[in-house]
Ligand binder design. Structure first.
Ligand code: SF4
Length: 379
């Protein structure tokens, strides 16, 4: 039986943060009441279409902010997933949460419903930075959220932190890392703030009202993060992700290993049997389409072998251990050199990748320039 990951997208947030280009929308209680039955109907539809010969190894409920839904709705979603999909007994079941949505007893209920991993959107331990990012939670709420999660029995916590914020020094970010590490998270993700089109920050930046740190400052903060996390005993297993031994995010490993996954909810993507598909983004349209046809797919394509090879490299090179060349060549029935000889030589010459008998990985220099290195394989 094939193994798959399940991703569920809850598209609502208390407020749309200025830098956010995710498919997230301000909470709308009326629409949200209609959203949950639509999601349950899509679960039924996709389970019938793709769930029968697949075993679910991981579930990731992300967003948006899933905990903008009431606990009862999250319980109903988890229950329906269990009824309709074959979820393995040892499945990793992650739920993203935002400290501003902490409700009494919520984590106990999620734990009882089978969630065994929480990913907490901390972003910063500084009130001014949170304000700049337009996050609606306070530093105190971060502390309360972590304490509540531990008290509810969660022994697998991940925290997200952002660096390279306007005006943020390496010293300040080191202090945030130290505060995060005091809480002994099993997993930590660190992302530098990037300015994406169609965000409020993009406009501010273009108008010269948001000054981003220079690239050298960003690199210094990243390198400092690598040192601090290594000193604290964390494995750096992916460009932006660190974990205690054995606590990698198993769901994200499916993506990075270019494995199969089913995405449910507005804007969610799926990759099954070489076919990539994506649902429509707008929750109102999603609800309408699911009610009419059981699904809301707006885009679908079968990947050509060259595309699939490029994606495998693009995703796998994000991992510190890189990609096994034998497995790659067996999967695509060609040698890596035949497919990408010139690209490999160019990157080796610039010291951006490392290549040994059976492994290709980013070099330490390539790690910070990962986005541009990776693009070479899909050009
Ligand atoms: S909480 Fe996260 S998903 Fe929601 S608007 Fe802010 S950055 Fe986007």
């Amino acid at each position: 039986m094939k193994s798959t990951g399940l991703y569920i997208h809850i598209p609502y947030c208390l407020h749309k943060c200025g830098y956010c280009d995710f498919n997230s929308h301000a909470v709308d209680p009326v629409e949200m009441e209609r959203f949950v039955p639509a999601l349950l109907a899509e679960i039924d539809h996709r389970a019938d279409a793709s769930g029968k010969d697949r075993e679910v190894a991981t579930v990731f409920i992300g967003g948006g902010t899933p905990t903008t839904l009431p606990a009862q709705a999250l319980e109903a979603i988890l229950e329906r997933l269990r009824q309709r999909f074959r979820i393995r007994g040892d499945a990793e079941i992650t739920l993203e949460t935002n400290p501003a949505t902490l409700a009494p007893g919520l984590f106990e209920r999620l734990r009882a419903a089978g969630v065994n991993r929480l990913s907490i959107g901390v972003q910063s331990f500084d009130a001014n930075e949170l304000k700049l990012l337009e996050r609606v939670h306070s530093v105190e709420e971060v502390h309360q959220t972590v304490a509540s999660a531990r008290a509810a029995g969660f022994d697998n916590l991940s925290m997200d932190l952002m660096f390279a914020l306007p005006g943020q020094t390496a010293e300040r970010f080191r202090a945030h890392l130290a505060t995060a590490l005091q809480k002994c998270p099993e997993h930590l993700s660190t992302y530098n703030l990037t300015i994406e089109k169609n965000t409020a920050f993009y406009k501010l930046h273009r108008e010269g009202r948001l000054e981003m740190p220079q690239e050298e400052e960003q690199l210094a903060q990243y390198q400092q993060t690598l040192r601090t996390m290594a000193d604290a005993g964390y494995e750096h297993y992916e460009i932006s992700n660190f974990c205690r031994p054995g606590r990698e995010c198993r769901h994200n490993l499916i993506y990075w290993n270019n494995g199969e996954y089913i995405g449910l909810g507005p804007g969610a993507s799926s990759y099954l049997a070489g076919v990539r598909s994506r649902n429509c983004n707008l929750p109102a349209r999603y609800i309408r389409e699911v009610h009419a046809t059981g699904q809301a797919v707006e885009f679908e394509e079968t990947l050509e072998p060259r595309q699939a090879m490029g994606e495998t490299l693009m995703l796998g090179l994000r991992l510190q251990k890189g990609i096994g060349i034998d497995a790659f060549e067996e999967r695509f029935r060609t040698t890596l050199r035949q497919a990408y000889g010139r690209t490999l030589d160019g990157l080796l010459e610039k010291d951006l990748i490392q290549l040994d008998d059976n492994r290709i990985a980013l070099s330490p220099k390539g790690l910070f320039l990962a986005d541009s290195v990776i693009l070479e394989f899909i050009a």
